[in-house]
Write a protein that binds this ligand. Structure first.
Ligand code: SF4
Length: 69
């Protein structure tokens, strides 16, 4: 899974970070969300989805990646 934050939409509420601190951090400069795991490891996929679902601006998209192993 990969997670992406649209910085043109993100308003820096920080809800994603509160929901999934291991996936999303907040840029200390501008408060925008940063994805800190790329790709998102399997054990954090549920957290990433939760963070995306919790964003009031719908700024986060998550994309399931196909595993080839
Ligand atoms: S919850 Fe959404 S708007 Fe708020 S910091 Fe996270 S991505 Fe940005």
């Amino acid at each position: 899974m990969r997670a992406h934050v649209d910085l043109n939409v993100c308003q820096g509420h920080g809800v994603c970070h509160m929901s999934a601190p291991d996936v999303f951090e907040l840029d200390p400069e501008d408060g925008h969300s940063i994805v800190v795991v790329d790709p998102v490891p399997p054990h954090l996929e549920a957290a990433a989805q939760l963070g995306a679902d919790s964003c009031p601006e719908r700024a986060i998209t998550v994309e399931r990646t196909v595993r080839v192993d």
